[in-house]
Design a binder for this molecule. Structure first.
Ligand code: SF4
Ligand code: SF4
Length: 460
């Protein structure tokens, strides 16, 4: 694609990078065929090729974008499916991130929208505030129908979590270590006891911001699996957030500040404890952390540490794939599992076969379903900002999965689990919960009457 940035503009490294990305695009349109919003809406401007033109025009002309331009760019999920489809290696992720940052600086959103976006940036990365929000949302549930659509969308997610929360068991006598009983607000460093001492090494498990409030069962399962592999696990609850929420809202100053704090803290912890990896079990956070190295490549003081954090970051499925896993000998093969690969996992980190292979190795009958590459509509905070499109995508994804006639859905990202659970009665769990179960951890469906009892009792 031909671009017309001025020499002055190209002196800015961010615009220089945008220019290099744009120039790789040959307008072939292959990316449109896998874009969820293009498939749903059918407008060229709601597909990647059209958005690339909008971004080029907006950045080149350096003017305030129109409402129409912002509308089409806001509708992008940042699912990155277009990057997987693109034969020319266009890094759409970095381009749309630059666009979001530009819009945040130049475009004056309506007051309510600004307040809502600011509220998301203030609450989600902070577990304490987020807990308060959940309590408030519970109190408001009797008058839910009177609230604006966006608030209702948020509350629907909460009810998905309440159902997911049924799986937060108190243990079935099968726990192998005290890690499973770690409280949600465990200290910054919570070394797990390991019989026989530190056999393989130490790793840090990023507790996550929303996840340390809503997905403690996922963190517990992860800890048990890593301990079983002989690692000493340090649960890293602080700093709580990778910065993706603010970054994707275009709040660049805030996200950069958070990235810098994270890098400094995690490097210090890694050195103190001799961590060999920073394990992440929410793929959206993993994609963000793996980008730190690139984001700070020009920062002399931080570049090496940022790069090290990105290098140390491993999705849990990626890390476990390199281990020799042992699963119990009982048959799991009459449990039919559909593995839903989050976009940040399959498109963002290019981790595709590892979680699937692990589930098969554990003995589960993993089923295929159509449109696996399509986003479920969760996409960070997208389902709160663009609830109608997110709703359509969620229904479409779960309808496809249900066609596969399965018992349980596994996913690698809490956001996808919570979002999809609104549209199906099939239980949805994190991949590590199933792996942990197969490796003699507690059953993820305890108290969940939706899961066919005959399968549970026949199997275990
Ligand atoms: S597939 Fe790649 S090169 Fe083709 S239009 Fe899309 S972004 Fe451009
Ligand atoms: S990131 Fe996803 S929604 Fe956005 S243009 Fe690419 S494929 Fe479409």
């Amino acid at each position: 694609m031909r671009t017309e940035f001025t020499t002055e503009q190209l002196a800015d490294p961010r615009l220089d990078e945008a220019n290099s990305i744009l120039r790789k695009c040959v307008h072939c349109g292959f990316c449109n065929s896998t874009c969820p919003t293009f498939k749903l809406i059918g407008d060229e401007l709601d597909g990647p090729r059209g958005r690339i033109y909008l971004l080029k025009d907006m950045l080149e002309r350096d003017t305030t974008p129109s409402k129409q331009v912002v509308k089409h760019l806001d509708r992008c999920l940042s699912c990155l499916s277009c990057m997987t489809a693109c034969p020319s290696g266009v890094n759409y992720m970095r381009l749309i991130d630059e666009g979001r940052s530009y819009i945040e600086k130049k475009f004056n959103r309506p007051l309510m929208e600004r307040l809502f976006r600011n509220a998301l940036a203030l609450t989600l990365p902070c577990p304490g505030r987020f807990r308060l929000l959940l309590i408030l949302s519970g109190l408001l549930s009797p008058i839910k129908q009177l609230l604006p659509e966006r608030f209702r969308a948020a509350m629907n997610l909460r009810s998905g979590v309440t159902r997911t929360g049924q799986k937060q068991r108190t243990g079935n006598g099968n726990n192998r270590s005290s890690a499973s009983s770690l409280p949600p607000e465990s200290g910054r460093l919570s070394p797990s006891p390991l019989e026989g001492g530190n056999r393989k090494g130490a790793v840090g498990l990023i507790a996550g911001c929303v996840q340390q409030v809503m997905g403690t069962n996922i963190n517990s399962a992860s800890i048990r699996l890593l301990e079983q592999q002989g690692y000493q696990v340090h649960l890293l609850s602080d700093p709580p957030c990778c910065g993706a929420v603010e970054h994707h809202l275009g709040k660049t100053a805030k996200s950069e500040k958070r990235f810098k704090q994270n890098i400094a803290t995690w490097i210090k912890i890694a050195d103190e404890l001799g961590l060999e990896a920073l394990i992440v079990n929410a793929s959206g956070c993993g994609t963000m952390m793996k980008e730190y190295g690139h984001l700070f490549r020009h920062d002399e003081a931080l570049a090496a540490d940022a790069d090290r954090v990105s290098e140390m970051c491993r999705d849990i499925s990626e890390f476990l794939s390199g281990q020799t896993m042992e699963f119990r000998s009982v048959e799991m093969n009459n449990i039919r599992v559909a593995y839903q690969s989050p976009c940040s996992m399959q498109h963002g980190q290019k981790i595709d076969s590892q979680p699937l292979n692990l589930l098969q190795q554990a003995g589960f009958d993993v089923q295929e379903f159509p449109e696996k590459y399509m986003c479920c509509g969760s996409a960070g905070v997208y389902n709160l900002l663009q609830s109608e499109i997110a709703h359509e995508l969620g229904k479409r994804k779960t309808a496809h999965i249900e066609q596969a006639n399965i018992d349980v859905i596994a996913s690698g990202n809490l956001g996808c689990i919570m979002h999809m659970q609104q549209f199906t009665s099939i239980p949805i769990v994190h991949t590590v919960e199933l792996l942990d179960w197969a490796a003699s951890g507690p059953e993820p469906f305890q108290g969940d009457t939706r899961f066919p009892l005959d399968k549970k009792s026949n199997t275990l």
